[in-house]
Design a protein around this ligand. Structure first.
Ligand SMILES: C[S@@+](CC[C@H](N)C(=O)[O-])C[C@H]1O[C@@H](n2cnc3c(N)ncnc32)[C@H](O)[C@@H]1O
Length: 241
């Protein structure tokens, strides 16, 4: 079944780099800098890795990275980069993560990935999947968009290359929003145009942290001050041994 992001994965990097400019690359650099300073990290699981924004540079920094995403289109982009850069330590992880149980030192779930999960049961399953792959004192690195992200109906409206509009409609005060996007542009001489419709959920910070806490992530370090200007809180959560 086609998943969100499948039909524009090959343009995704171009679109994000040109929608957010320096801020996007700055966020990537800051994230890599932060992760590479953590002790005792060898194996990384990138949940919702997208096109490998973090997975690729982390593999280039000699970590073993397991890239996991539900969009085949996005994973194809990771594969393309892996092959171009000959990164044997970048592994495309299939849906069954049993083999990773207890092996991962650090799991990533960043750049709004968790907001794509819209049900309580879905979030509980995801947190349990993350907990399951981690070593006894393994950590997870997450972001949680600020409440104000969901207050403005229009998230983005830019003209140029790309011309892109992103807007949200809340579904009956449920905290779940229809995410709508239309975008067109020219990438390397290829004209593209797509629209995307999916659901995202406004998870409140306390609510999400409580879910992680209940799943055994009892140590929570707030890193938001290290990631200014991005409109999200950042946390490292550590699983209790
Ligand atoms: C905004 S992108 C972020 C990509 C990447 N984490 C980054 O930092 O650039 C969100 C990604 O999460 C993926 N995703 C959403 N829900 C997911 C799920 N339940 N399981 C795996 N991947 C998921 C999407 O396919 C998409 O590639």
């Amino acid at each position: 079944m086609t998943q969100p992001h499948d039909n524009w994965a090959e343009f995704y990097d171009f679109i994000y780099e040109n929608s957010y400019g320096n801020l996007y690359n700055e966020l990537t650099q800051k994230s890599i800098q932060f992760i590479t300073q953590l002790n005792n990290v060898k194996n990384i699981f990138d949940f919702g890795c997208g096109t490998g924004r973090l997975a690729v540079p982390l593999a280039q920094n000699d970590y073993t990275v397991y890239a996991f995403d539900k969009s085949t289109g996005m994973l194809n982009e990771v594969k393309r980069k892996r092959d171009e850069l000959n990164l044997k330590n970048l592994i495309i992880q299939g849906r069954n993560v049993d083999k990773l149980a207890g092996k991962i030192d650090l799991a990533l779930a960043v750049f709004t990935v968790l907001n794509y999960i819209v049900t309580d049961s879905g979030m509980d399953e995801t947190i349990s999947l993350l907990a399951g792959v981690l070593t006894p004192n393994g950590r997870v690195f997450i972001d949680i968009p600020y409440d104000n992200f969901f207050l403005s109906a229009t998230i983005l409206n830019i003209q140029g290359n790309p011309t892109r509009k992103v807007w949200l409609n809340e579904i009956e005060d449920s905290g779940v929003y229809e995410y709508n996007e239309t975008c067109s542009g020219n990438f390397n001489g290829i004209e593209f145009s797509y629209s995307e419709h999916l659901q995202i959920r406004h998870w409140k910070e306390a609510e999400l942290l409580e879910k992680f806490n209940k799943a055994g992530f009892t140590k929570q370090v707030n890193l938001t001050k290290n990631f200014p200007r991005v409109n999200s809180s950042y946390y490292i959560l550590e699983k209790e041994n």
